[in-house]
Ligand binder design. Structure first.
Ligand SMILES: Nc1ncnc2c1ncn2[C@@H]1O[C@H](COP(=O)(O)OP(=O)(O)OP(=O)(O)O)[C@@H](O)[C@H]1O
Ligand SMILES: [Mg+2]
Length: 211
């Protein structure tokens, strides 16, 4: 396993950066949180549920309470911006006018209210990531999990993305984000957990990218 002896407690409402060199285990840790991976030993408790004991059919239920954002956006290319976001609402039973309203609202929040009918291919990388953020937030997740959400974006655009994530956190969403964006970690002064070779070597509040 890529992680060893990791013992972490992230409280509701926290904002946590996961940092560390390539190969340190950041993505592995992130994947444990949404049960993409299961550890060979130990427990992973998310939103009060032990994911290592969770049945396969319960996984979608867990994921409904999470928003997950990836480096490569993962939008549906043949769906419009609005449809991409609406898709995330489908499974919740939300539909019709309520869904449309929620979609328009969250897209306005990320500054894309004029691009509802655009296709992902017509958007810049930063805009695409804003759609992905909107999609992750439209269900009001308890936890927002992101793995290098700005890995493909320039520094200014990255900061805009992180401001959106911070806003979600201010409204109560717990945030866990793995990143190499040193300038952002240094500017935002959140809890920083550093991994090295699969273990936690630093865990500080109001931390910076480096010691
Ligand atoms: N399922 C797995 N089983 C065993 N080893 C794995 C598994 N997934 C990843 N690894 C290994 O674990 C280590 C950590 O990988 P991980 O992808 O978590 O690193 P990372 O910190 O996200 O790196 P990067 O910054 O490059 O994204 C690597 O050496 C990788 O090859
Ligand atoms: Mg990674």
């Amino acid at each position: 396993m890529a992680l060893n002896h990791v013992n972490l407690d992230i409280r509701k409402g926290e904002f946590v950066f996961i940092v560390g060199q390539s190969g340190a285990g950041k993505s592995t840790l992130i994947k444990l949180l949404y049960r993409e991976e299961v550890p060979t030993e130990g427990r992973v408790v998310v939103a009060g549920k032990d994911l290592t004991r969770m049945r396969r059919r319960e996984v979608p239920l867990l994921r409904r309470r999470l928003g997950v954002v990836f480096q490569d956006f993962r939008l549906l290319p043949d769906r419009t911006v609005a449809e991409n976001v609406e898709f995330a609402l489908r499974v919740t039973g939300y539909s019709g006018r309520d869904a449309k309203k929620a979609v328009a609202q969250v897209l306005a929040m990320v500054g894309l209210k004029n691009r509802l009918n655009a296709y992902p291919g017509e958007l810049s990388g930063g805009e695409q990531q804003r759609v992905a953020i909107a999609r992750s937030l439209v269900r009001n997740p308890d936890i927002l999990i992101a793995d290098e959400p700005t890995g493909n974006l320039d520094p200014d655009t990255s900061m805009e993305i992180f401001r959106l994530i911070e806003r979600a956190n201010r409204y109560g969403t717990t945030v866990v984000v793995a990143t190499h964006a040193r300038h952002i970690v240094d500017a935002m002064r959140k809890r920083v957990i550093e991994l090295r070779k699969g273990t936690v070597v630093r865990d500080v509040h109001r931390g910076a990218y480096d010691d």
